[in-house]
Design a protein. Structure first.
Length: 433
């Protein structure tokens, strides 16, 4: 009874922050106090609880540098005109007949390059929604295509915070994970693309002209040199250079583009790397402002606070009763089926990817001891399930950013197909054995 009350209080705190618009960090701090209090109530001394807290923090401590580099990368790409050029070129290919397919693919491509679902939603997503709305395309379908696309890269980009988190908690290699994520995601991606193509063909929109490049040319020089940071990133990823050095090299090349192509003063470039890109033009600011090391501080705080929970929850036995039931569920619906069910619950309670990943990994570690398989299972469950929970930050923020209806989560086909496909594959494999 005590355990259920503690978990319900924590869930209520998370939901209250989400629905009132407050940072989820407040709920996580409350949860930290709540779980520590539970440990004291169970008879543990504070000196016994501290090692429990630090155990989880040590597991994800190395992610801080990766997050800092991701923040500086997204800020420098915005300031160098790289994002503006990529978005401008992609927008030119969004036509009425292939509108939904183009929206899905181009949002997927940009999110893979910059590694952020929120950043993609604020740039390519906003433009996609503007164009589809002008074409008369259903916002329900357009919103689903955007939501699907922005999480293509959030799931498998080498510069994604989500991919970095999964690597940290499972202690796996990012490049091995990327290879397996591409293989396991190929069929869902093709199926989603085919469905968006069919729906776009059945309900084509009206032709519309939106001068995206003209908007960005107010602040940027959009010549071929703006592609350099993206080319550097892709080349070094292809060569499997350390992801930290890869991001550092791309940031350096973006700084050079800022200085010698855009004419940005070095002092402003340094400020952008720390505080992010800002523009005086309201249209450009709405789509490009953000990034920078500072933008990663809330994410770091969420990860570090959440990481203390795993040790506290396990050490105090808070969810041992729940964990004991999962092997029975796995025996009935396959280990991945149990992981999906767990991810739905943890994502619904935690309202964010970070805690959903950590709790799902902790609860399901016994049924999927292979760390590599667990990494892919988390990428195909917790990472993509969180955005389709209507009240989760992972879905609510990008949906609000682009102005899509909440029900568009139902048409985010790629996010539904990923867990469904892996479940089918494992079910067939289980029956074959």
């Amino acid at each position: 009874m005590t355990e259920a009350s503690v978990l319900l209080l924590f869930a209520a705190a998370i939901l209250s922050c989400v629905f009132t618009g407050h940072s989820v960090i407040f709920a996580l701090v409350f949860g930290f106090c709540l779980f520590t209090g539970y440990g004291l109530l169970k008879g543990f001394r504070l000196k016994e609880l501290v090692p429990m807290m630090t155990r989880g923090v040590k597991a994800v401590a190395n992610i801080a540098l990766v997050l800092a580099l991701i923040g500086m990368l997204t800020g420098s790409w915005r300031a160098s005109g790289t994002v503006a050029r990529l978005v401008s070129d992609a927008a030119a290919f969004i036509t009425p007949e292939w509108c939904l397919l183009a929206v899905f693919i181009f949002n997927g491509m940009l999110s893979t390059l910059i590694g952020t679902s929120f950043g993609t939603a604020a740039t390519m997503g906003v433009i996609s929604m503007t164009m589809t709305d002008a074409m008369g395309i259903s916002p329900l379908l357009a919103g689903g295509a955007i939501l699907s696309g922005i999480y293509v890269g959030d799931r498998c980009s080498p510069v994604s915070t989500s991919a970095a988190l999964v690597c940290a908690v499972t202690r796996t290699d990012i490049y091995t994970n990327m290879k397996l994520m591409v293989l396991s995601g190929a069929v869902p991606f093709a199926a989603a693309a085919g469905l968006y193509a069919l729906l776009g063909w059945l309900e084509p929109g009206n032709a519309v002209t939106l001068d995206v490049a003209g908007i960005f040319r107010r602040a940027f020089t959009l010549d071929a040199l703006t592609f350099i940071p993206a080319v550097v990133l892709l080349a070094l990823v292809f060569l499997k250079v350390s992801i930290k050095w890869t991001m550092a090299a791309s940031i350096a090349s973006a700084a050079l583009v800022c200085a010698f192509v855009q004419g940005t003063p070095w002092s402003d470039i340094g400020r952008t790397l720390i505080t992010g890109f800002a523009s005086d033009d309201p249209d450009i600011a709405r789509m490009l402002s953000g990034g920078g090391l500072v933008s990663m501080l809330p994410v770091c705080a969420i990860i570090l606070i959440s990481s203390t929970f795993s040790g506290l929850i396990e050490g105090t036995g808070l969810i041992s009763a729940v964990k004991d039931r999962i092997p029975k569920l796995a025996a009935r619906v396959t280990p991945f089926g149990a992981i999906v069910a767990t991810a739905f619950v943890t994502a619904a309670v935690a309202c964010n990817q970070v805690l959903a990943v950590m709790l799902t990994n902790q609860l399901c570690a016994d049924i999927r001891p292979d760390r590599q398989k667990m990494a892919i299972s988390l990428e195909n469950s917790a990472i993509v399930i969180a955005p389709i929970i209507p009240w989760s930050i992972a879905g609510a923020v990008p949906i609000a950013t682009v102005g899509a209806p909440v029900l568009c989560v139902a048409t985010a086909f790629y996010l539904w197909f990923l867990p469904a496909w892996q479940f089918i594959v494992e079910l067939i494999d289980k029956n074959r054995r």
